[in-house]
Design a binder for this molecule. Structure first.
Ligand code: PGA
Length: 254
């Protein structure tokens, strides 16, 4: 059985290496009983090296990376560098990076770069608004089609797709009522797009939810929404809350 996955997106937090180590240790020392759930911490680049030396039970990821090994790209960090620091996952296409100008074409190149550096891409997709005429479905479809264009179908099952409606993120939420049934609907929609693109026999990736995921709504999303895991922002910065989400995922019936 494929394991569920709970991914922390620390974003631009915490402010010091000392605090990052403390948060990481608090999580690491409390997950020794977790067997059926993978736990990934996507920390700022500068903390990865130190965190990697603390515990191997937690898997590390970065929140971005530029394709390639080395080169004239001032300010960028390559997928190969991230891999060499011990990270195994990379968040790509997050709405906060899209808001800074990243488009599907660049994200597609980064996904290819990540795969060739043996990193697992966590591709974030999701609309900013839900319109009554359901144009948002075309928007999500287009994100998937463009971001995954030209990717070998054998890689699809190795990726993670994180559906994160921008309007449900804890920092920008305009609605607080996104519910598990709506997730299940979009999960089926995503699977259909992937089968149309890569053939009905393609092994599907894990499709996870992000957007104010927390210890209060996790159980419902798992059992009624059939999420394969979570991408957690705000609630991942408090070890107690994050550990609760991990435990709920581990013990969920779905
Ligand atoms: P949130 O963030 O859990 O704080 O809504 C999720 C994300 O942006 O990945």
């Amino acid at each position: 059985m494929v394991k569920k996955i709970v991914i922390a997106n620390w974003k631009m937090n915490p402010v010091s290496s000392k605090e990052a180590e403390k948060l990481f240790k608090d999580i690491a020392k409390n997950i020794y009983k977790i067997k059926k759930t993978q736990v990934v911490i996507c920390a700022p680049f500068i903390y990865l090296d130190k965190l990697n030396k603390i515990s191997k039970k937690l898997i590390l990821g970065s929140q971005n990376a530029f394709m390639g090994e080395t080169g004239p790209f001032t300010g960028e960090v390559s997928t190969e560098m991230v891999y060499n620091l011990g990270a195994r996952y990379v968040i790509l296409g997050h709405s906060e990076r899209r808001a800074l100008g990243e488009d599907n074409i660049l994200i597609n190149k980064k996904i290819k770069g990540a795969l060739s550096s043996s990193l697992t891409p966590i591709l974030c997709i999701g609309e900013s608004v839900r319109d009554e005429s359901h144009k948002y479905l075309d928007f999500v479809k287009n994100q998937i089609v463009e971001c995954l264009a030209g990717i070998n179908k054998n890689y699809i099952s190795k990726m993670i797709i994180a559906y994160e409606p921008v309007w449900a993120l804890s920092t920008t939420a305009s609605r607080h009522d996104f519910n598990p049934a709506e997730f299940l609907e979009i999960k089926i929609f995503i699977k259909k797009i992937l089968s149309d693109m890569f053939g009905s026999k393609v092994e599907l990736p894990r499709i996870i939810y992000g957007g104010s995921a927390n210890e209060k709504n996790a159980k419902d999303f798992l059992e009624k929404g059939e999420v394969d895991g979570f991408l957690v922002g705000g609630a991942s910065l408090k070890s107690k809350k994050f550990l609760e989400i991990i435990n709920i995922t581990e013990n969920a019936k779905y």
